[in-house]
Design a protein around this ligand. Sequence first.
Ligand SMILES: Cc1cc2nc3c(=O)[nH]c(=O)nc-3n(C[C@H](O)[C@H](O)[C@H](O)COP(=O)(O)OP(=O)(O)OC[C@H]3O[C@@H](n4cnc5c(N)ncnc54)[C@H](O)[C@@H]3O)c2cc1C
Length: 297
Amino acid sequence: PPPPPPIPGADSERVHVLRTSEDADRLRAALVPGARLLVVGAGLVGAESASTAVRLGCAVTLVDPVAVPLAAAFGPELAEWVHGLHARNGVTARQTVVESFTDRGAAGVEALLADGGPAQTYDAVLLGVGMVPHTALAEQAGLEVARGIVVDAGQVTSNPAILAVGDPARARGADGVLLPRAEHWEAAQQDGARAAASILGTAQPAPTASWFWTDRHDRHVESVGHMASASHTVTRGSFEDPFFSVFGLRDGRVVAAASVDDSTAVRAARRMIDRRMPADAGRLADPSVNLRSLLRG
Ligand SMILES: Cc1cc2nc3c(=O)[nH]c(=O)nc-3n(C[C@H](O)[C@H](O)[C@H](O)COP(=O)(O)OP(=O)(O)OC[C@H]3O[C@@H](n4cnc5c(N)ncnc54)[C@H](O)[C@@H]3O)c2cc1C
């Protein structure tokens, strides 16, 4: 297994990571009602675990140095609303980083945070940070590696006889720029389809906008496309509604969308992005307009 992240004291038995089913079983055993849990990192793994733990009756503190995590994926306003779910559901969210852990045996593990408060003792800590691509084998094989195994659009590495797929693969775009690693379930599946097409010499599947979801505090949040590239956004519904969505637009087209409990909106947005359809912001924002009718143009 990879070494624990370089936080002093992170090798304590009470400090968990969540990479394998054994990790999950071990963490689950620690999440008993009343347990004090510190979650480090408010990304997908940290935020979802914090949500589950508070539901199980734990006293949860969530720390992240970023004020509004996932803003690039959801847009700043929706990301703030999504992050605010933690406080609204009883999680203590603090904007800081952990400096060190000290194992106090049966008393728990003490965590010193960088925001100047006194060290606090926890029964368990989950590190939702520190995921690194496992590239040692690729490096030994002499492949090009740049914080990921570099592949082309057909998943072929710098050695044409070797393909790479899934989390550690990092694609180089048509313009030569390396794309971020996707690290999502569907992206890994699509990598497999592209690799198969390369092996068989058949046409590559049509590219589609990247998509992921996150479930937390009983809300289902989805994101498609690249919200950071939008020049403006329109909200369909309001953040107080049982479900709503935000569309990111640029040059008269939808480039991204994010939704809360509204998968239909994200599915429709994905088709709009993939087909590069012109978009009418006013109609997108109007919940009485059926999105399927917009897809018909
Ligand atoms: C806690 C957690 C929650 C997540 N939640 C979500 C989510 O909600 N939505 C989402 O889209 N994604 C989620 N992800 C990410 C998603 O799991 C990954 O993006 C996806 O599994 C990547 O697929 P993969 O095939 O690259 O790797 P994996 O699914 O990890 O599969 C790799 C397999 O290769 C095996 N293996 C490793 N080394 C060798 C070897 N030398 N020889 C043979 N086999 C080997 C491993 O045992 C493993 O079975 C989550 C990840 C984590 C850790």
